[in-house]
Design a protein around this ligand. Structure first.
Ligand code: HEC
Length: 146
């Protein structure tokens, strides 16, 4: 019991100090994740452009859904400075940021539905809408490249 207690105290200490020490890692990890998202989108665009079978894109879409479900948590307080394009509005308008992210997840689910249906026309339209949904978050919450 005593051992359990000290382990718990240790675990909570790690939880408290880790973010303060590792903001650079948090930024690097979220940027790497976003580069992965961009690669998925390029792969899907090729399928749309070539009018390929959208059913082959299911894994990439599922991967993006997983990523965006955990996306807001990748912006802890204090991770807005350093090697990042994250704008302060992410923290001053957190509700708006989370709403933009929620729209992303919803839109990706719509893309997934169109992919599963194997309907090229619906898939192409959903893909366009998906790109627009990325932009709808970038405009207010992402700064210029630097
Ligand atoms: C809810 C907001 C939000 C959504 C939705 C979103 N992004 Fe972003 N994106 C950001 C923010 C904020 C940054 C800046 C991150 C940083 O620099 O720390 C960013 C950065 C990026 C980067 C630059 C990564 C780098 O550092 O090189 C790429 C690429 C990118 N996003 C692609 C996308 C694509 C593609 C989508 C849609 C499928 C998307 N994003 C959707 C907020 C969003």
């Amino acid at each position: 019991m005593k051992f359990l207690k000290s382990t718990m105290i240790l675990a909570s200490l790690v939880a408290v100090t880790a973010p303060a020490l590792a903001q650079g890692d948090v930024i690097t990890a979220r940027r790497d994740g976003l580069k992965g998202v961009a690669r998925h989108m390029e792969g899907i665009k090729a399928v749309v452009d070539q009018r390929g079978d959208p059913r082959g894109t299911g894994m990439a879409i599922a991967d993006m859904i997983r990523f965006f479900e955990g996306f807001p948590a990748r912006f802890p307080a204090g991770s807005g400075s350093g090697e990042t394009r994250a704008l302060p509005t992410i923290w001053t308008d957190r509700a708006g940021f989370e709403a933009a992210n929620g729209n992303m997840v919803t839109q990706l689910r719509a893309l997934q539905t169109a992919a599963n249906a194997g309907d090229q026309t619906a898939f192409g339209a959903a893909f366009q809408q998906t790109g627009a949904t990325c932009g709808a978050c970038h405009r207010p919450y992402r700064g210029p490249a630097r």
